[in-house]
Design a binder for this molecule. Sequence first.
Ligand SMILES: Nc1nc2c(ncn2[C@@H]2O[C@H](COP(=O)(O)OP(=O)(O)O)[C@@H](O)[C@H]2O)c(=O)[nH]1
Ligand SMILES: [Mg+2]
Length: 664
Amino acid sequence: MDFLFLPLNLILDLPNLDFRLWTLDVIVGTAGHIDHGKTALIKALTGVDADRLPEERQRGITIDIGFAELDLGDVRIGFVDVPGHEKFVKNMLAGAHGIDLVALVVAADEGVMPQTREHFEICRLLEIKTGIIVLTKIDLIDEELLELVKLDVSELVENSFLENAPVIAVSAKTGEGIEQLKSILSETAQKIPSRKNEIVARLPIDRSFSVKGFGAVSTGTLVAGEINETQELEILPLQKKVRVRALQTYGKPVKTAHAGQRTAVNLGGIEHAVIERGMVLCEANILRPTQIFDAEIEVLKAAKRALKSRQRVRLHIGTIEALARVQVLNEKSEIAPGEKDFVQLRLEIPVVTIPSERFILRSYSPQITIAGGRVLDAFAVKHRRKDIENVRKYLKDFIEAQNANDKAKQSKLFLENAGKYGLTFSDLQARTGWRSEILRMAIAENIEKKAAIKAENFYIARSPFENLKWKTLAEIENFHRKEPLARGILRETLREKIFSHFSLEIFKMTLSFLEKEGKIAAEKDVVRLASHNLELSAEEKILRERIEKIYKTAKLEVPTLENALIEAVQNTKFNKEQARKIFQLFLNSGEIVKVTEDFYFRKESVNNLTESVKEFASKTSDRLIDVASFKEIAGISRKYAIPLLEYFDRERITRRAGDKRLVL
Ligand SMILES: Nc1nc2c(ncn2[C@@H]2O[C@H](COP(=O)(O)OP(=O)(O)O)[C@@H](O)[C@H]2O)c(=O)[nH]1
Ligand SMILES: [Mg+2]
């Protein structure tokens, strides 16, 4: 029976009796060539045969990852035993993703073999920081040979994270060295940097099965965050909500599972059959699946050829394997063996990942490990060739911010990259995986430093926002140039021109910033430059009065516009075009109304006429008026009567009824 589930039937009855808060939880993974004694070593340490599949026991080889645990008092170890056979490296990778400490196992009678190298390289590329070297089967060799193997191994790990790792020789058969190995494990575990408490809960699933009477159970290493009993979680990329019915770590029921623990979760609200290895169990409504991300990778020195754009590879991230195409983000479109560079990976299936997560790339066929790297931007867009320089700069800055653990800078880079549309809080959280408090602090720092602004739900980086402000100003300026006499551009027109794809709030925000800076004046319906002043000079005022007088005197028998302008500028230093501009202002003010292209009337005269017409109608039984009566009331000829009646129709003062008009 499964180690995590021995007491499952007791979950409901047994209180959690484990109060050892000081206990260190460590995930130890084995690595090494097939038949070098990895599984036997774990059995010697724990008594558990991690080869749990019948086929594994029958054939005596490890096919899939297996698990066991060891309680050393102040340290609790969750072992992940991996298969050594080259055919099962895929399974090895599903186990290697979450380990804190690697035990590189080398059989003393064989020395370093191909999968010793491959597994070692994988651990190095995954940036596992801590490890020990275990030389097994020492009962089969003599002292002299042991020294040779030690040399062999030290050559392999030279200049790597294992360079100064403890080396211990053991025999699973005689038990020699096993107790010493336990104390070395315990000591080494203390040196492991603790997992940062900044990321939301994420558990890449490595197994899923059903337990009679309980339903779906998923297991895996909780790589970040906490999971609590009764909590709602989400399985991605299924995007299915599930509830935690019960939890186990180290074979015991617990209320909370912590990062760095092998964890089994009994899930409600889902059939176990739909859950597969590779899916991720995570805090609900935060992370999102992605199919295209930017990353930095290192191609192995031992790779036979350069990694090229368009190449199809196998991506191993978390517990999943996904096929992907590589786009190398450099001039040559390739990365030579031994070199580090930027790539974009376009996946054939969605995965869940966050920045700085490590992954391995293997060639499509034959299946050989060729590179490893870390995720930078998990939600990238396809890059055009001409953008590559900018993208490289963005990714370089991002790595710098990541290495300095500068969260404000990282979120700022995401915002800058998102440009003028900005990102919401939840967009940013999906991109970073940070817990809400951490993200809130990072954003607050950017707002404080004026590196970003907030508009409703959106955060926009300063430079795209400045750009938006600049475009808005340019549009208003342009309007003033074309319509010098208009008060300003209609608010709605401005919005449609520049902000049609934005939320209204961003439009308002832009105007309010420009207004605060004293650049514009936003009035009720129109927006104008603050400098756009319609005040007339003393001389212009005289011209305006002359125009006004012409229309006042003419009453309803107005001259054509042309003639009015000519008359207005007679014996002045103004020309007709200047008069036309002043006239336009007059028109804008509403004191004059346009009836035809040629005929304009004072509003007051038109209003008086309207009153007279209404009075006439009130005295009739049918409220009808004909052209003749209209001419008489207004005291005007047909030349004015017809355009004015048509104007009244347009203004809904009258409505045509045969050759008469109904007064409304
Ligand atoms: N003599 C001897 N045999 C061992 C020792 N450890 C493992 N073996 C044997 O080596 C074979 C492979 O061991 P196993 O643990 O399955 O190797 P793995 O493929 O690395 O997991 C088995 O037949 C084991 O019994 C050891 O310390 N001494
Ligand atoms: Mg094995």
